[in-house]
Design a protein around this ligand. Structure first.
Ligand code: TYD
Ligand code: MG
Length: 471
């Protein structure tokens, strides 16, 4: 009898290897390789092998030009959720919502499904993690006890699909979570890459066949014990991550892939006693808790998706007592911070070698835009020189390695948002090639980082005197 071949799969990235190893060669994660039974390359998500003697059928190719209707949308009524999806759920599409355990995925989806049900659509919520009583209890807490949502507590995918196909398929189905689903066609345990892929594929197929919007919940785990949603990302039409710091009540829904709408769109929620409340004006919220005139704070006028968002960036530069000074960053890229520090050192003569640097984006938002460079530099220089930036001033611009400030996109939208929120001044990149954006703000154009440092240093109290006073 032929020996069954053994397959080992990395639970973090899905790479298949013929033997066990402590470290995955493909993604570099440790301790993520697990033997999975019944996983051949076909089952594991690869395309079926092209075998057999029959010839392929001819398919009709069509011209690119042609009429295509906009996909119809199932508007749930939770406006922030709808906007992140690109204007509502698309029938026949599959959506993945990923996030840390306990961040609020189940709460959000229960609220969205209840709202959609109240609009007359048939919706089903399948929980593989909680019992019906628990889901009902949460619904009661959220004030949604009588919403027309059909509940199911099941993890066997075959039974779930048979149930959904019995009668008219619903308009939307939530599967909470994909890591708990399993199909008996495979021997591996639920939550392994093989099971997650196979069940997700079946659900995507179900969505396409019946025109149902399928929402998959996926937990993101860093320890690699459970296959992350990354292995499902390429199968679904849209991937949305639910982010936020546990300690903060703000939650940010961010589209990272969307075949039917803009990616990078964000929706902002606040977790409260009555579940997730929408925050239609995030700038006011991110700036709401600003302290008085303190140094080390700068207001960045950013763009998240299609929306301008103002957010406070805080920096603290302090004498280090360690051999290697600390660089602690929350909400921004630490590599980018090193770059800004290097430019401040090399081009502006501000050496921070012996200082600890702390950087924090207020409110739990994560910024990815290079346009935040100048705001970060502003907050750092303000902390170093002890000069507060004007309270009514916004700042943005990208810093190049030469120390020059590069223009950024959508300047007018940024300035308009600042004006709307009562700001009076702006510091932004100078550009000869482009007309100054029309705005009612008092604009200061900066062409290189040294210019900003000189401007802030001019108003600074000399630090040495402060120190002398301390002694
Ligand atoms: P949950 O939706 O269960 O998270 P996930 O499905 O992503 O694992 O959210 C659970 C957390 O939310 C839990 O810590 C309690 C908190 N929460 C509130 O603060 N208020 C509420 O009204 C609800 C329902 C939950
Ligand atoms: Mg949950």
């Amino acid at each position: 009898m032929a020996r069954a071949s053994r397959t080992f799969i990395c639970q973090a990235c899905g790479a298949v290897t013929p033997r066990w190893a402590g470290r995955c060669e493909s993604c570099g994660e440790w301790n993520t390789i697990v033997e999975e039974a019944g996983a051949s390359s076909g089952v594991a998500g690869g395309p079926p092998q092209l075998v057999g003697k029959t010839k392929g059928r001819h398919i009709a190719l069509v011209a690119m030009a042609g009429e295509t209707a906009e996909p119809p949308r199932l508007v749930t009524g939770v406006a922030e959720f709808d906007r992140v999806c690109g204007g509502g759920l698309v029938p026949g599409s599959a959506l993945l919502i990923g996030g840390d355990p306990g961040i609020g995925k189940s709460t959000l989806l229960l609220q969205a499904m209840a709202a959609l049900g109240k609009r007359g659509a048939e919706v089903v919520y399948i929980s593989g993690e909680e019992a019906i009583a628990q889901v009902r209890m949460r619904a009661r807490r959220l004030g949604l006890a009588d919403a027309p949502v059909q509940l199911g507590a099941e993890t066997n995918l075959k039974d779930i699909i048979a149930t959904l196909e019995n009668g008219t398929p619903p308009a939307a189905v939530v599967i909470d979570s994909i890591q708990t689903m399993w199909t008996e066609a495979l021997e591996s345990a639920p939550g392994t890459v093989t099971q997650v892929r196979a069940t997700a594929q079946d659900l995507v197929r179900f969505a396409k066949r019946h025109g149902t919007a399928v929402i998959l919940v996926g937990h993101v785990t860093k320890d690699g014990q459970i296959a992350g949603p990354r292995v499902v990302e390429h199968m679904v039409d849209a991937v949305i991550y639910f982010e936020g710091e546990r300690g903060h009540q703000f939650r940010i829904l961010r589209a990272v892939k969307n075949r039917f709408g803009p990616a990078n769109e964000i929706g902002v929620f606040e977790m409260g006693e009555l579940g997730l409340q929408e925050v239609p004006n995030p700038s006011a919220l991110f700036l709401g808790e600003r302290d008085g005139d303190t140094n080390g704070s700068a207001v960045f006028a950013g763009i998240e998706g299609t929306r301008p968002v103002l957010v406070e960036i805080q920096a603290l530069v302090a004498q280090s007592s360690l051999g290697t000074p600390r660089r602690a960053v929350v909400g921004w890229d630490s590599g980018r911070l090193s770059m800004v520090l290097a430019v401040l050192d090399a081009r502006c003569g501000l050496t921070l070698g012996g200082q600890d640097v702390y950087l924090n984006v207020a409110g739990g938002l994560r910024i990815n835009e290079p346009a935040a460079d100048l705001a970060v530099a502003g907050a750092l220089v303000s902390s170093i020189t002890g000069t507060p930036l004007p309270r009514d001033c916004v700042i943005f611009g990208e810093i190049s390695l030469s120390g020059a400030i590069r223009p950024v996109s959508q300047m007018e939208a940024r300035l308009k948002e600042a004006e709307k929120l009562g700001f009076k001044r702006a510091i932004l990149p100078a550009s000869a090639a482009r007309a100054r954006p029309a705005t009612g703000l008092d604009v200061t154009e900066i062409s290189d980082l040294a210019g900003l440092v000189a401007k802030l240093a001019a108003g600074s109290k000399p630090r040495t005197r402060e120190r002398a006073g301390e002694i």
